[in-house]
Design a binder for this molecule. Structure first.
Ligand SMILES: O=C(O)CCC(=O)C(=O)O
Length: 264
C-alpha cells in the first residue's frame, strides 16, 4: 500500500468509521481458509471458531499482511495488540440480527465500566480499537455481508437509536478484501438470502494498554508465537502485568526471569 493509499483509507476510517481494503489474500488462500473453517465448524460447540491462528497455518498469515498491519499501526500505534481471531460461517437464512458496537465486554464500550463522570459519553475523540473482517467469501448485497452505519462511531452515547438500521449500508467486496472499522461503529451481518455459506474471519485489534478479549500472551501456542517472528509484539508479552516483583519480571517474554525463583 502506498502512503497515499494509507492516508486516504485512514481518513475514510476517521470520518466514516470504516475503510475497505482491496483483496489482500489470493483466491487460493481464501479457498484454504474456507476449507479450514468448514473443518473447524464441526468443533464449533467446543470453541473451534476461536483463536484460529492456533488451529491452521493459513490463519497465521493474516496478521502478516503488510497493508493491514500498516493501517492497524497507523490508527492504533506501532505496538497494537491482536485481541481475538474468530471464524464466521453464516448459513443460508441466517444473519439480519440487530446492530451492535464492539468492545462491550472488555473495551471502552462496556456499560458497567462507564464512570458517572463520563455523563454517558463514550470515547469518540480517538480510535480506541478496530475490528477487521476478512472476506473469505465474496461479500454481496444478498449473501449476509456485513452492514454498518457510516458515521456512527462518533455517536457519543452507548445507545443505538431505533432508526439506525435504516441508515445502514451493506459492504460489498471481492474475496480476500478486508473491512476495517472503528470499534464504535454500529454493525452486524445482513441476511444471507443466497444458497451458499458466507465465510469470514473476524479479527479485532486494540491499543497496547487496553484489555483484550483474551489473555493473548497466555493462550497463543508457543510454536505460533515463535513463527510470528518480528510481529510477536501483537500478542502483547511485554504488556503482561508482572505476577512477581518487577525486578524479577522479564517483560519481553511475559514471564519471570529464569533466575528470579532462586533469587527471591
Ligand atoms: O459477521 C459479520 O458480518 C459481522 C461480525 C460482527 O458483528 C462482529 O465481528 O462483531
Amino acid at each position: 500500500m502506498t502512503s497515499e493509499d494509507l492516508h486516504s483509507h485512514a481518513q475514510q476510517l476517521r470520518r466514516q468509521g470504516y475503510a475497505l481494503l482491496p483483496p489482500q489474500l489470493t483466491v487460493a488462500q481464501c479457498d484454504e481458509a474456507q476449507a479450514q473453517l468448514d473443518r473447524l465448524d464441526g468443533e464449533r460447540q467446543r470453541g473451534g471458531f476461536e483463536l484460529l491462528f492456533n488451529k491452521a497455518s493459513i490463519f497465521e498469515q493474516l496478521y502478516r499482511v503488510p497493508a493491514v498491519l500498516a493501517m492497524v499501526r497507523y490508527m492504533l500505534g506501532a505496538d497494537a495488540l491482536l485481541c481475538a481471531m474468530h471464524g464466521s460461517l453464516l448459513r443460508p437464512g441466517e444473519g439480519k440480527g440487530g446492530l451492535h458496537a464492539d468492545g462491550a465486554l472488555t473495551g471502552h464500550n462496556r456499560a458497567a465500566s462507564m464512570a458517572p463522570a463520563d455523563a454517558g459519553r463514550r470515547i469518540t475523540s480517538h480510535v480506541m480499537a478496530l475490528n477487521s473482517i476478512w472476506c473469505i467469501s465474496e461479500f454481496t448485497a444478498t449473501n449476509g455481508a456485513t452492514r454498518l452505519v457510516p458515521g456512527s462511531h462518533l455517536h457519543e452515547g452507548l445507545d443505538i437509536p431505533a432508526d439506525a438500521l435504516q441508515q445502514a449500508i451493506i459492504v460489498e467486496a471481492p474475496r480476500g478484501s478486508v473491512l476495517l472499522f472503528d470499534v464504535n461503529t454500529w454493525h452486524g451481518p445482513s441476511a444471507n438470502g443466497s444458497d451458499a455459506n458466507r465465510y469470514a474471519v473476524l479479527n479485532p485489534w486494540r491499543r497496547h494498554w487496553q484489555r483484550c478479549e483474551y489473555e493473548m500472551a497466555r493462550v497463543v501456542d508457543p510454536a505460533v508465537l515463535q513463527r510470528s517472528g518480528a510481529e510477536h509484539i501483537i500478542f502483547g508479552q511485554d504488556a503482561q502485568a508482572p505476577y512477581v516483583e518487577r525486578w524479577q519480571w522479564d517483560a519481553a517474554v511475559g514471564a519471570p526471569k529464569p533466575t528470579s525463583a532462586q533469587q527471591a
